[in-house]
Design a protein around this ligand. Structure first.
Ligand code: FES
Length: 207
């Protein structure tokens, strides 16, 4: 597998690594596709809403470490509003790219940063706990990367329909029977959505 020099540099010498004492916000997220985890800690200036300090702990692969490292570089010194716009695509660009099967590692890092910010905002009354619905489902589906090309299944138009009623999630997926990633994607859909207590049943329809 070919990694860019920047990925190797951040993997060998990660920035902002370590547990933070008394953080203002913290989040730990795991990748359903591989079981790896990232924890992000934030120190936030209450008046300016600027991320004064940020650090991470990684329990994962080289790409996991490198993308968490670059995400902390990108977020440090930014206001919460600016940091909320940081995506996995920004992390990949800053690292000069990742192999397609490793894109989900950058999704994990970006996602953990966004969860830490969201936890801070909820805790400080800056936003309400969002209601579970179709938007939540779509947001989760956008985190699922089709490993062959390294893009999410929503952008690739593999999701034809999303419905939610009486605790049941209904998804129509446009993936052919001979697609070798099909079982993997369906499994990830289950793992992403089963963590929500509102979800009682998940039905994925395939052609
Ligand atoms: Fe698990 Fe990279 S393979 S985060």
């Amino acid at each position: 597998m070919q990694y860019s020099q920047k990925v190797l540099d951040h993997f060998m010498h990660p920035h902002n690594v370590g547990k933070m004492e008394n953080p203002d916000a913290v989040a730990t997220e795991g990748s359903p596709s591989c079981g790896d985890q990232v924890t992000v800690y934030l120190k936030i200036d209450k008046d300016s809403q600027v991320i004064e300090d940020i650090s991470f702990l990684s329990y994962g692969c080289a790409s996991n470490i490198a993308t968490a490292s670059i995400i902390t570089d990108l977020a440090k010194g930014k206001s919460l509003e600016e940091a909320k716009k940081i995506t996995y695509a920004d992390a990949m660009e800053a690292l000069d790219g990742l192999p397609p099967v490793k894109v989900h590692c950058s999704v994990l890092a970006a996602d953990t940063l966004q969860t830490a910010i969201s936890n801070y905002e909820i805790e400080h009354g800056l936003k309400e706990v969002p209601n579970f619905g179709k938007d939540t489902i779509l947001a989760e589906l956008k985190k699922i990367i089709y490993p062959q090309v390294g893009q999410d299944i929503v952008t690739l138009k593999m999701v034809k329909y999303v419905g939610f009623s009486d605790g049941e999630v209904l998804i129509d997926l446009n993936m052919l029977s001979f697609d070798s990633w099909r079982d993997n994607v369906v499994e990830e859909i289950h793992e992403h959505l089963e963590k929500y207590p509102e979800v009682k049943k998940i039905k994925v329809n395939l052609p």
